[in-house]
Ligand binder design. Structure first.
Ligand code: UD2
Ligand code: MN
Length: 348
């Protein structure tokens, strides 16, 4: 090997070493600098963003903590038992003419804006009670007086909605109940709905206000009819349907103005969907109907037989999906949610 060749070899090796050295220092520089870049971005370049996101995080943490402690409370709360130990069975009802709304409010301090859930156990059922109403204040008072403690003994999470028909056009019970359903689901995802006449008071708390696999009729008998079922397909007074059952039949018809027929129409819808009506035992499904005369705004609906003949043709397009109304007010006094609604008038 000549001198020249030896020098060339050394300088080539040197070049490699320099190159490797350069590469290593570039790598080291990148690592250091990129760390600084991060810091620089956070602290210097976008301080406001950092603060915002920290605040957001703090908010999130606070809400998560609240949520966790809420969950902990409900996790600590055991589920209510299958059968409530508070049930008393048949009870003698009293209807005191001197009773006032204030009295009923004082008796039901745990009810807020119509809603209640047991504080000591986790309710198994969430139920919305819907009451169609106009000018039956005394009946409403009696019903609230009995129904609140009745539902509390059943250990339910519930809310009572009174759907009040504004104006003096002919009464329409079924449409008001559709409105009740549509308004109540805005508040909470109620799984079960009880469609409830204002003048019917349950006599036995074993008559559970919960839904079944099938639509449930809760009134087998009442005082006025010797506690006998009026007729086989009778589906009036008080009924219980799940959210899905009611949705499946498209709710009630909106076209029954005045007295009668709307309950039979609902039965036809239910049967059309291959559902069957179930009832609690007769000794339990007993009601007292507070005495009343036929209201002037609720005269017999002479058109009801013709309408009933059309139910199978009409149910798809007449019901929840065509229920147009104008909510005039939603008030929340202590014992119930009061929805006042303009539902129009016949042929409007
Ligand atoms: C029967 C049915 C009822 C319904 C009705 C025919 C029973 C126990 N009840 O009730 O469910 O099918 O026939 O439409 O079989 N209402 C007012 N203000 C009025 C008119 C009616 O609030 O001016 C409400 C109230 O909730 C009342 C319900 O509509 O309980 C039914 O009307 P009703 O009590 O005059 O008729 P009724 O007892 O024959
Ligand atoms: Mn009645």
């Amino acid at each position: 090997m000549g001198l020249c060749t030896a020098v060339k070899k050394v300088s080539r090796r040197g070049k490699y070493l320099v190159l490797i050295g350069l590469l290593l220092s570039v790598l080291a520089w990148i690592t250091t600098f990129s760390g600084e870049t991060d810091k620089t971005f956070n602290v210097i370049l976008a301080p406001s963003q950092t603060i915002v996101s920290e605040n957001k995080l703090r908010e999130k943490l606070i809400s998560q903590t609240a949520e966790t402690s809420r969950l902990n409370i409900s996790a600590e709360k055991e589920e209510c038992p299958e059968e409530s130990p508070l049930l008393v069975g048949a009870s003698k009802l009293s209807f005191e003419p001197s009773l006032t709304l204030k009295d009923v409010e004082n008796e039901n301090k745990e009810v807020t804006e119509g809603e209640y859930e047991p504080s000591y156990c986790k309710a198994k059922h969430s139920v919305a009670i819907l009451i169609p109403h106009r000018q039956r204040e005394k009946h409403l008072l009696y019903l609230l007086h009995h129904l609140h403690p009745f539902l509390q003994r059943q250990q339910l999470h519930y809310s009572i909605y009174v759907i009040h028909q504004a104006g003096d056009a002919t009464f329409n019970r079924a449409k008001l109940l559709n409105v009740g359903y549509l308004e109540a689901i805005k508040d909470f995802s109620w799984g079960c709905f009880i469609f409830h006449d204002v003048d019917l008071v349950p006599e036995n708390d074993h008559n559970l206000y919960i839904c079944d696999q099938q639509p449930k009729h809760l009134v087998v008998g009442r005082n006025a009819t010797g506690y006998k079922l009026r007729y086989k397909g009778y589906f009036g007074g008080v009924t219980a349907m799940t959210k899905d059952q009611f949705f499946k039949v498209n709710g009630f018809s909106n076209n029954y103005w005045g007295w009668g027929g709307e309950d039979d129409d609902l039965r036809v819808r239910v049967e059309q969907q291959k559902m069957t009506i179930v009832r609690p035992p007769a000794d339990v499904a007993r009601y007292t109907m507070v005495f009343h005369k036929r209201d002037t705004g609720n005269q017999i609906n002479k058109d009801r037989m013709r309408l009933l003949g059309q139910t199978l043709k009409m149910w798809r397009s007449d019901g929840l999906n065509s229920c147009s109304y104008k909510t005039l007010s939603v008030e929340r006094p202590p014992l119930y949610v009061n929805v006042t609604v303009d539902i129009g008038q016949p042929n409007s």
